[in-house]
Design a protein around this ligand. Structure first.
Ligand code: UDP
Length: 411
């Protein structure tokens, strides 16, 4: 979208510019407007708010789909939970995915039920622990230094090879020995029959979808959202004195001058199938490497309480791959070479005047939604005094005559 006249003027008079309308940017914008009365302009490259959490209604089925892959809200952070509940209520959805290995479906995360089914015998928690402990001996007591070693230390080699190695190779396009152990630490391993994916205190799906959350966070007279606009094209017209929050990829900010960080992206193949229930659950992973996709997501199962067609359903096949030029970067790969490259960018970012880097893409961290909101709330608390003290004029209603608009797609 072309920006000229009024909106450019408005950009010049903003108290704060935010690059990106995902959870990090939206949280800072909401706080800055509501707590400090600042005039905030958000510049978003895409044609919608919500970043990768954006949800929309599939026109053929009326089912809510998350355009950039499934998002399940979960947190144990009371401050984050209270904050997000100002903008939505949550359903009681509890995520219990499955994985297919050699034609058989197993419950995830790896739990006592998965272990018993895999070894075709009933095991007590102590027996299962003893079995796995025997298998982890191959590590010789060493601290795991990569994803493969970490996974073996948690579940032993046979379960690693069945459920983790192939899936991880497909998902990250990287050998698990090159990946950080922290990726696998996201998944719990349980010696009980509890097959909840997340171990957090609070979990659920936003009752009227993710986009509605962003809509409510940003619907404020002091917040102006410019869609379809690349901040890099506008930067030279914005006074450098205006504090800026940058939530895009950190390597893009520096024009990739030190090199490109490794990111993973995903192709989504959305299909309407002629059955009311395709797979009986929201998420079915495919652990084997001879299946090209990592998982199939059937979105109606995220909201079992909603009305839906009985004769069709929308499913999405996910094909991850490394992100090349022009792709949407979703997940930081974080191989050792990436980590040293990131440190170079971080050093430079710390020296940039009047700009703050936040969120998954700018900090090159695999943050979940709740962690992103939590870090934005903390960062806002740290930065607010300085920003408010800059002594801008009291907030007045922003002119919104030509560009900014809200995409409201609440189901
Ligand atoms: N993982 C796996 N098998 C599975 C599911 C996950 O090996 O069936 C591993 C994989 O390395 C993945 C990591 O666990 O990257 C974290 O999985 P998560 O479900 O958190 O990934 P996300 O849904 O965020 O893409």
């Amino acid at each position: 979208m072309l920006i000229s006249g009024g909106p450019l003027d408005m950009l010049r008079h903003a108290d704060m510019v935010i690059v990106g309308a995902g959870f990090y940017g939206a949280t800072i914008a909401e706080r800055a407007a509501n707590e400090a009365g600042l005039k905030v302009v958000i510049i978003e490259r895409r044609s919608h708010i919500g970043g990768n959490c954006f949800s929309e209604i599939d026109p053929a089925t009326g089912i809510e789909v998350h355009r950039y892959g499934p998002h399940i809200f979960h947190t144990s952070n009371m401050a984050v939970w209270s904050y997000i509940n100002r903008f939505t209520t949550f359903t009681g959805y509890v995520h219990r995915p499955f994985t297919v290995h050699r034609g058989e479906a197993f419950a995830l995360p790896i739990n006592l039920g998965t272990i018993c089914q895999f070894y075709r015998r009933h095991l007590t928690p102590d027996e299962a622990r003893a079995l796995i402990a025997g298998q982890t001996a191959e590590l010789g007591g060493r601290e795991p230094t990569n994803l493969e070693e970490k996974a073996i230390s948690l579940v032993g080699r046979p379960l690693y090879e069945a459920f983790i190695r192939g899936y991880t190779r497909k998902q990250w396009q990287t050998d698990p020995r090159e990946l950080p152990a922290s990726i696998i630490s996201r998944l719990p391993v349980r010696y009980t029959f509890d097959n909840r994916y997340f171990a957090d205190t609070f979990e659920g799906m936003p009752v009227d979808g993710y986009t509605a959350i962003f809509d409510r966070m940003l619907r404020h007279e002091n917040i102006y959202v410019v869609l379809d606009a690349d901040w890099f094209d506008l930067k030279s017209s914005i006074p450098a004195a205006i504090p800026t929050i940058y939530t895009g990829p950190i390597d893009r900010y520096f024009d990739y001058s030190e090199g490109r960080l490794g990111w993973r992206t995903t192709e989504f193949d959305r299909t309407v199938v002629p059955t009311g229930d395709f797979q009986g659950t929201a998420m079915m992973n495919y652990a084997d490497e001879d299946v090209a996709y990592t998982r199939i997501v059937e979105y109606q199962h995220f909201h079992p309480g909603r009305d839906r067609p009985k004769d069709r359903s929308v499913i999405v096949y996910e094909y991850p791959r490394s992100a090349g030029q022009g792709d949407e970067p979703f997940y930081p790969i974080g191989a050792p070479s990436d980590r040293s490259l990131f440190r170079k960018y971080k050093e430079r970012a710390d020296k940039e005047p009047n700009i703050h880097f936040g969120g998954r893409l700018a900090t090159y961290r695999y943050l979940d939604m709740h962690q992103t909101i939590g870090s934005a709330l903390k960062d806002w608390d740290r930065m607010k005094t300085t920003i408010v003290q800059r002594g801008r004029t009291p907030a007045t209603h922003l002119q919104t005559e030509t560009v900014g608009r809200f995409d409201t797609l609440s189901p």
